[in-house]
Design a protein around this ligand. Structure first.
Ligand SMILES: [Ca+2]
Ligand SMILES: [Ca+2]
Ligand SMILES: [Zn+2]
Length: 301
């Protein structure tokens, strides 16, 4: 039997243990980006949009908080994490082009402070896109709509960072945004997130019955808070290749490990690893396999 005195002496220990456990269990179940995702979707619903933000895929630095090395699904679905993919010839994608996939680049929001020109970052992004296009298993034509002569981006627009509320293509690389945009998505996210891909789906629909929610459009945003480079860290083409992989429906791949010195690494290595680990412009086997399984039989999937 415990005396009151013994219980009283144990109570602070129990409370301390509870205080330590609570944030950890909350972190396992929730993601700090959920509040922002919910706010974005509330605004879209209020506008009468037939699409909502379904997933954000974060590419982080290799010393990031593990919280951010994640693919984050909108909280409304709880643990039910469905896939998501474009429907060939989807008439709802009025910004699309039949069975081709359209894309454009934001032409006015390049890197601001690292000495890179818009022409350099455009070329690096297009090289990343071309790498996927050049995989011979894929039968999708991607149509390059060019550069927007204005600040584009639905996510930016909703979060108050300029952009535009209009959708112009299936995939938009909507430019370099200040670190504050990523902090707005998740507290302190701007210090870890190099870039992110946002997937919007037609709300709750799977018209082609392939078990995947129907993708409406995707946006890629880069974090101007980092130092960007061409063929050196942080390499624009490496990050663009990774993000355009998401834009073409590919998920993260590889398991994260931490070595004894605390450095993060992934096995197996892939362009689609969830954290940046150096210049990596060419594909590994899993990157090719994932792309070919998504697009090898397009538009007959
Ligand atoms: Ca933009
Ligand atoms: Ca579907
Ligand atoms: Zn990613």
């Amino acid at each position: 039997m415990h005396s009151n005195k013994r219980l009283a002496s144990r109570l602070p220990v129990i409370l301390m243990a509870a205080a330590l456990l609570l944030p950890l269990s909350a972190a396992a179940d929730e993601h700090p980006a959920w509040a922002t995702m919910a706010a974005i979707n509330a605004q879209l619903a209020a506008q009468g949009a037939d699409y909502q933000l379904e997933v954000i895929e974060f590419l982080t630095t290799d010393d990031s908080d593990p919280e951010f090395q994640r693919t984050v699904f909108f909280s409304d679905r709880g643990n039910k994490q469905l896939g998501h993919d474009f429907v060939p010839g989807d008439a709802r994608r009025t910004w699309g082009s039949g069975t081709a996939i359209t894309f454009f680049l934001d032409g006015v929001e390049g890197v601001t402070d690292d000495g890179l020109t818009q022409a350099q970052t455009d070329a690096a992004i297009r090289a990343g896109i071309a790498a996927w296009e050049n995989l011979t298993c894929s039968t999708i034509p991607q149509i390059d709509l060019g550069n927007s002569p204005f600040d584009a981006g639905v996510v930016e627009n909703i979060l108050g960072f300029g952009g535009s509320p209009f959708i112009f293509a299936d995939i938009a690389h909507t430019g370099w945004e200040p670190r504050g945009l990523f902090d707005a998505i998740a507290p302190n996210g701007g210090s870890f997130i190099l870039a992110a891909t946002f997937t919007f789906v037609f709300t709750g629909t799977d018209v082609d019955n392939n078990g995947k929610l129907d993708t409406a459009f995707r946006e890629v945003i880069y974090n101007d808070g980092f130092t960007w480079a061409i063929n050196a860290n942080f390499d624009v083409q490496t990050v663009a290749t990774h993000e355009h992989g998401h834009a073409l429906s590919q998920a993260h791949f590889g398991e994260a490990f931490t070595n004894p010195s605390g450095k993060l690494f992934f096995a197996p290595r892939a362009v689609m690893n969830a954290a940046y680990s150096g210049v990596q412009q060419s594909f590994h086997g899993s990157d090719v396999g994932g792309h070919c399984s998504n697009w090898g039989s397009w538009p007959n999937n």
